[in-house]
Design a protein around this ligand. Structure first.
Ligand SMILES: C[S@@+](CC[C@H](N)C(=O)[O-])C[C@H]1O[C@@H](n2cnc3c(N)ncnc32)[C@H](O)[C@@H]1O
Length: 350
């Protein structure tokens, strides 16, 4: 099992879940390395202090050396950002060299500082209260597939999204999930018996998994959203949620499907997870939302967490280094464990 917190992996079977069960309430932790790892992976709560992960100590040391300053991690980060932007901004590669990352290196720098700041602000200590039953259910999920642009969030994020969405749901509400590698539908059904949930999803393995685990209150259709929502699902839902592809064309048709499937009226809601700093065309997101009549009512910044895998980390470091960024502190600035996304609550102005 992986994709939990701090990039930790923990091997777990049914016995493991029995061992973890007592630690769902704050409990003194015995001197057991397995439990320590489970703590790092956010699978248990305990009632003592917890050391920050090693990556934070490395980051602080690198920032002290780079700035020559002392202070809290956030103060050091601010000083380092000022110095980095003044002296070490990478210069764009020529149009024909490398991919979009190499052509827009300033976005990589924004990303590194933004994510490090978000991590230091929100996630130095593991968050409490992960639902173990959810983790056990999720541990049977099919493998992540890049060909469907999948990048699933942590179980804790799914759990928090569901808690947030439930504040807008009345009994009997109809909910639609557009693409569900985050398994929001299963978490919603597990949390309450009040609603009917439908999913449109392209990945046949995920469709089979959701059908097997979802039971009678879940309807899952294997469907390509490029073809729009089926006629029977238009203007039918009180709440729609989605985490669209980051590629520009994918974002547009997911949002179109969301707008088309919501019931007209002031109470309908779209819950959208995305990160403008990483999507291919951030400016277009705002115009797409406006054109589709989707009005942002609330935004929760850095709400969703996805594992920042080493493949991406190495790619980002290599791009910045090739464009002239210093090894230190660039390497340490890319040491955070999560990719973040904001959570937007939108109404439909139609
Ligand atoms: C688009 S992915 C999440 C993307 C992620 N935010 C990113 O780009 O890093 C969310 C879900 O949509 C599904 N999906 C992708 N393309 C789809 C399509 N054309 N129709 C329906 N579902 C699709 C995926 O299988 C996945 O379960």
């Amino acid at each position: 099992m992986c994709n939990l917190a701090y990039g930790s992996r923990i091997l777990a079977d049914e016995e493991s879940f029995r061992r973890l069960a007592p630690y769902q309430q704050p409990t003194p932790l015995s001197d057991d390395p397995w439990l320590e790892r489970a703590l790092d992976a956010n699978l248990l709560v305990h009632d003592g202090p917890h050391d920050p992960p090693n990556s934070v100590a490395r980051l602080v040391a690198a920032l002290q050396t780079y700035t020559g300053a002392q202070g809290s991690p956030l103060e050091l980060l601010a000083a380092a950002e000022t110095r980095f932007r003044a002296h070490h901004m990478p210069t764009p590669a020529k149009e024909d060299k490398g991919g979009p990352l190499m052509r827009k290196p300033e976005r990589l720098v924004d990303f590194a500082f933004d994510h490090t700041r978000a991590f230091l602000t929100h996630d130095q200590q593991p968050e409490q209260g992960l639902d173990l039953a959810l983790v056990e259910l999720f541990s049977h999920r099919p493998a992540m597939k890049l060909r469907y642009e999948q990048q699933y969030c942590t179980p804790h994020t799914t759990q928090r999204r569901v808690a947030r969405m439930r504040q807008n749901l009345k009994p009997g509400a109809r909910v639609l999930v557009l693409g569900d590698d985050d398994l929001v539908s299963l978490a919603l059904l597990q949390a309450t018996s009040d609603y009917q949930v439908d999913v449109l999803e392209l990945d046949p393995d995920l469709v089979a998994f959701l059908k097997e685990k979802g039971g009678e209150r879940l309807t899952v259709l294997e469907h390509n959203l490029r073809h729009g929502v089926p006629d029977s699902m238009r203007a039918a839902y009180d709440l729609v949620t989605t985490d669209p592809p980051y590629a520009a064309n994918g974002m547009r048709f997911f949002l179109q499907c969301a707008a088309d499937s919501l019931k007209p009226g002031p109470d309908s809601r779209l819950f959208l997870s995305t990160f403008p700093g990483l999507i291919e065309n951030p400016d277009k997101l705002w115009t797409d939302l406006q054109e589709l009549g989707l009005n942002i009512e609330q935004r929760h910044d850095h709400f969703s967490r996805y594992i920042y895998n080493n493949g991406y980390r190495v790619e980002h470091l290599a791009a910045l280094r090739a464009l002239g960024s210093p090894l230190h502190p660039t390497q340490e600035l890319l040491g955070f464990p999560f990719l973040y996304a904001h959570f937007f609550e939108c109404s439909l102005q139609r």
